[in-house]
Design a binder for this molecule. Structure first.
Ligand code: GLN
Length: 201
């Protein structure tokens, strides 16, 4: 069975666990390096990236995560998790650790006070022709992507911005696919994890 590790310090890790289980995969909550053993893919949930960063340091899990990602572990970051996967984020707090796996620059809290949180319909050809209902909660945007990064979705308003990307086995979304009941992004990620397993067997 496919086993998905979910970084479980803070934020909406329970919703992600429920979603992957609904799709027939096993979930494993990850806080310590040993929790990563036997995991086939990793979800970094939404929440607050600065708080997660402090806890990742306190639980000594940063280097284990970095080396698994460098070895090709499939991973998906949503919202705060997207920030964690970025090479660089514009307004990181001093000392905030990033896993620096996707060749992109993000901006935290990109939507300002007026539209801090909003919902919109996205066109995401990678997950199918039906529009996707995306929920943004103090989310980031992708300011710049480098080589090897494929843009999966953009928004036009409040400003044109990139909000979903993929780089090989890594996926990142600025919104929260675990809160709507539309599991197409979870399905898409589980497909990436199965493909990675098939490639290494
Ligand atoms: N603003 C948060 C951060 O910087 C992200 C918000 C979220 O994950 N819903 O981490």
């Amino acid at each position: 069975m496919t086993r998905i590790g979910i970084l479980a310090f803070q934020g909406d890790f329970r919703e992600h666990a429920r979603a992957v289980e609904q799709l027939g995969a096993e979930s494993r909550l990850v806080r310590l390096p040993r929790d990563l053993e036997g995991v086939d893919g990793l979800i970094l949930p939404g929440g607050e990236s600065t708080v997660m960063g402090k806890l990742m340091i306190a639980y000594d899990v940063v280097e284990s995560l970095r080396s698994l990602l460098a070895e090709g572990m499939p991973a998906w970051g949503t919202c705060a998790g997207m920030i964690l996967l970025s090479r660089e984020t514009d307004n990181a707090l001093a000392g905030q650790p990033l896993l620096a796996s996707i060749n992109m620059r993000t901006r935290r809290n990109a939507f300002g006070a007026q539209r801090e949180s909003f919902e919109t319909m996205l066109n995401v050809p990678a997950i199918g022709p039906e529009p996707y209902h995306a929920v943004f909660i103090r989310g980031p945007v992708v300011e710049e992507v480098g080589e090897g990064v494929e843009v999966l979705a953009r928004i036009d308003a409040p400003e044109p911005n990139i909000v979903a990307v993929r780089q090989n086995r890594l996926l990142a979304t600025a919104f929260h696919p675990e809160v709507t009941g539309d599991l197409r992004f979870h399905e898409y990620f589980l497909g990436m994890v199965r493909d990675a397993r098939a490639a290494t067997v």
